[in-house]
Design a protein. Structure first.
Length: 115
């Protein structure tokens, strides 16, 4: 599975961004798709994920502000980020886990939040 993530950029605190992750195959053939982030000096952490069945999970730090969604027509998973905070600044990575347990990563997209 090839994943292409885009949509990052510079935004002021309180602003919004929408990240997109385009997959090279039908996303409904993928068990779990998710967004992770890694800030400088920190470990990569889960932000949000969505299962094939549509169940979603969010990190506590983004609940109520971020929404993960998908489009089968576009084989794309989105991350709508609202009320951004400086601590949300990181490189965001798209992830896909297939039914065979293989984990794939996109190239990352940088989100910068100015205070």
């Amino acid at each position: 599975v090839q994943l292409q993530a885009f949509g990052g950029g510079l935004v002021q605190a309180g602003g919004s961004l929408r990240l997109s992750c385009a997959a090279s195959r039908n996303i409904f053939d993928i068990n779990v798709m998710g967004w992770y982030r890694q800030a400088p000096g920190k470990q990569r952490e889960l932000v949000a994920r969505i299962t094939r069945g549509g169940s979603t999970n969010y990190a506590d730090s983004v609940k109520g502000r971020f929404t993960i969604s998908r489009s089968s027509a576009e084989n794309t998973v989105y991350l709508q980020m609202n009320s951004l905070k400086p601590e949300d600044a990181a490189v965001y990575y798209c992830s896909a886990v297939t039914g065979t347990g293989d984990n794939y990563w996109g190239q990352g997209t940088l989100v910068t939040v100015s205070s």
